[in-house]
Design a protein around this ligand. Sequence first.
Ligand SMILES: N[C@@H](CCC(=O)N[C@@H](CS)C(=O)NCC(=O)O)C(=O)O
Length: 222
Amino acid sequence: MNLYYLPTSPPCRAVLLLGRILGLDFNLRLTNIQEGEHMKKDFLELNPTHTIPTLEVTESGLVLWESRVILTYLVSSFGKSEHENLYPVELQKRALVDLHLQFDLSTLYQRTVDYFFPTISLGALLDESKKARLVEALGFFEALLKNKKFSTGDDFTLADLSLCVTVSQIEAFNFDLYPFPKIRKWLAECKNELQPYGYAEINESGNKNLAWLFDAKLKAAK
Ligand SMILES: N[C@@H](CCC(=O)N[C@@H](CS)C(=O)NCC(=O)O)C(=O)O
């Protein structure tokens, strides 16, 4: 399987971490979006929406993008019995994992991108209205967590993996998570869960490098 990726890309990091959990051996295809490699003809033929991560299953010709779809496909295809909790078969449990994955895609990660990424990709100044939307989304997640260990209950699932990458990136951007004690506690549990699967190497370093790029671009914009 070919995985088109960039280490600083948060959704790529979620897929790389899952690869470690499942013991998968991706053919890694570095795709530097800063240098426009995602706009080249060959890549556009694979994924016309030019986003990474993109997974190409060479045996079947299946090409997938949208990291959360890649995550559920990989667990469904390659998960063993010990991975069942990541994406439960039982319908209600699975629906709750899907709900939180969609919450990340449509709300929490989207509002993170809306606030921080114009600085990274366009050198723009921060927009306070976007900050308020991100704070609101974090408030939603704080409320969703209630007193659960993980987002959908006692077990670590794909929803926690995806949301952990999002929230740890927000933290690395030095955003104030103090008003969200449940999120801080949950984040520590997720980091702990992912530590044996290359969390520091894959996610922490990616978080730091993207935050460094953000800081440099913000300084230049001022
Ligand atoms: N919702 C998508 C987001 C993918 C995405 O926007 N990736 C960025 C890198 S972090 C990208 O490919 N940007 C290049 C572009 O959109 O042209 C996912 O989770 O896969």
